[in-house]
Design a protein around this ligand. Structure first.
Ligand SMILES: [Zn+2]
Length: 357
C-alpha cells in the first residue's frame, strides 16, 4: 500500500523545514514506530501503560487479522470516494489485550479506543469474545479515527533559550490541535480552559454514519455467515422490531440482536447521530440547489473530517440555523444529555431563523 498518511498539519512557531521533519516523525509513529515515542514526550504513567500493553497483548487470530484488513479496505474506500489516497494502518498497531490491561491503559472499562498521534488502537479481548460483530464495528470505528485529519501544534518549550546548533531536536511541546473534526484548545488558551474540547460529539456522529454500510460488508464475509443467517431470520427481524418499538429507535439502525433479544447493537453515539442527521437534513432544505440529497451534505462533513477545514461547515450550519449555531453544535459532547440539549437548541434556532425570513 502507498506511503501516504493522514492529512497532517503542523502549526506553531517552528521553521518550515522543521515542520517537514515533524510530519515525517508523525508518519513514523502512525506506522511501525508507534511504540517508540521518546520518553520526554510522554508522562511517566503513559510509558508504564505502554510497557504493560506490550507484555499482555494476545497474538491475533486469523479471523481478527481478516477483520483488520476489512476495516482498512472499507475506510480506504471512503478515502477514495473523496479523491484521497488510501493507506493501511499496520496490523501491529492494533493491540488486543485482556480487560484488566485495557482498563489500566484507558483508565476506564470499555471495548476499544484509538490514540491518533501514537497510531495506537487498543481492543478489549473479553468484549470481542462476547460479540464478534461488535468487535468488527469497533475496529472499523477506531480505524476511521486514525485516518481522520490530524493537526499538531508545536511550540518551543522555552522560545527565549537558544538551542545548541548540534541538537537535532530542540525541546518541543507537541499538542494535538485537531483530530478529525474535534478541536482541542490551543496551548495559548490552556491557562484559562485546560480541558476544552470542541466538536467531540459531532466527530463521533460523522464516524458512526458509516457504521451500517460497514456492517453490511461484514455480514457478506464467510466468517460471519452464521450471524448473517440469524439476522435474516424472521425471528431476528421480529425481535428487532420489538426492540425498536420499546426503545424508540429506528429499526434499520439496529445491526445486531442476540438470540434471546437481550442484547442489540445500533449505530453508536445514537443521539449525537440523530442531531447530525437533523442538521444535515435542514441544511439540505436550506440549500437545495447545492445539495440534492442529505448524503450530499454529509459528504461535506466527511471531507472536513479528513482535511480539517471546517469553514465551509460553519457557513452551511450558520446559513441554516443562524448566528452562533455552529459553535452550539460544537458544544455537543459525547454525553447523551448533551445531544438532547443540542437537538433542542438547534430546533429552536432553526425555527427563529425561518420566522425571521
Ligand atoms: Zn470514537
Amino acid at each position: 500500500m502507498t506511503e501516504k498518511g493522514p492529512n497532517f498539519r503542523i502549526v506553531g512557531n517552528i521553521p518550515p523545514e522543521q515542520k517537514e521533519q515533524e510530519v515525517e516523525r508523525l508518519k513514523g509513529f502512525q506506522r511501525e514506530k508507534h511504540l517508540q515515542i521518546p520518553e520526554d514526550e510522554q508522562d511517566e504513567s503513559d510509558r508504564e501503560k505502554i510497557k504493560e500493553l506490550l507484555g499482555m497483548e494476545y497474538p491475533k487470530t486469523e479471523q481478527e487479522k481478516r477483520v483488520i484488513k476489512l476495516a482498512n479496505d472499507a475506510t480506504n474506500q471512503i478515502l477514495q470516494k473523496y479523491g484521497l489516497e488510501p493507506y493501511d494502518i499496520p496490523e501491529n498497531n492494533y493491540h488486543i489485550v485482556p480487560p484488566e490491561t485495557y482498563k489500566l491503559i484507558r483508565g476506564e472499562d470499555g471495548v476499544a479506543f484509538a490514540k491518533q498521534v501514537e497510531g495506537l488502537i487498543v481492543l478489549n479481548k473479553a468484549e470481542m469474545k462476547i460479540d464478534s460483530l461488535l468487535f468488527a464495528e469497533c475496529l472499523f470505528h477506531e480505524t476511521l479515527h486514525m485516518k481522520s485529519h490530524l493537526s499538531v501544534e508545536i511550540e518551543h518549550r522555552r522560545p527565549s533559550r537558544v538551542e545548541e546548533p548540534e541538537t537535532p531536536n530542540p525541546k518541543l511541546r507537541r499538542i494535538p490541535y485537531r483530530l478529525g473534526l474535534q478541536v482541542q484548545s490551543s496551548q495559548k488558551q490552556d491557562d484559562n480552559d485546560r480541558m476544552h474540547k470542541h466538536f467531540s460529539g459531532l466527530n463521533e456522529a460523522v464516524i458512526e454514519n458509516h457504521t451500517l454500510g460497514f456492517m453490511d460488508l461484514v455480514l457478506e464475509q464467510p466468517d460471519f455467515a452464521e450471524e448473517k443467517k440469524w439476522m435474516e431470520s424472521d425471528e431476528a427481524k421480529e425481535l428487532k422490531h420489538q426492540m425498536a418499538k420499546d426503545d424508540n429507535l429506528k429499526v434499520e439502525d439496529i445491526y445486531y440482536i442476540s438470540k434471546d433479544g437481550g442484547t442489540y447493537w445500533t449505530i453508536g453515539y445514537y443521539l449525537q447521530h440523530e442531531v447530525y442527521d437533523y442538521a444535515c437534513s435542514e441544511i439540505q432544505k436550506q440549500f437545495p440547489e447545492n445539495y440534492q440529497t442529505i448524503q450530499d451534505v454529509k459528504d461535506q462533513f466527511d471531507i472536513a473530517f479528513f482535511n480539517g477545514k471546517i469553514m465551509k461547515l460553519a457557513h452551511l450550519v450558520e446559513g441554516t440555523f443562524g448566528q452562533g449555531s455552529f459553535r452550539r453544535l460544537g458544544d455537543m459532547t459525547t454525553q447523551e444529555e448533551s445531544a438532547i440539549t443540542t437537538m433542542e437548541a438547534l430546533r429552536k434556532m432553526r425555527l427563529n431563523k425561518l420566522k425571521a425570513k
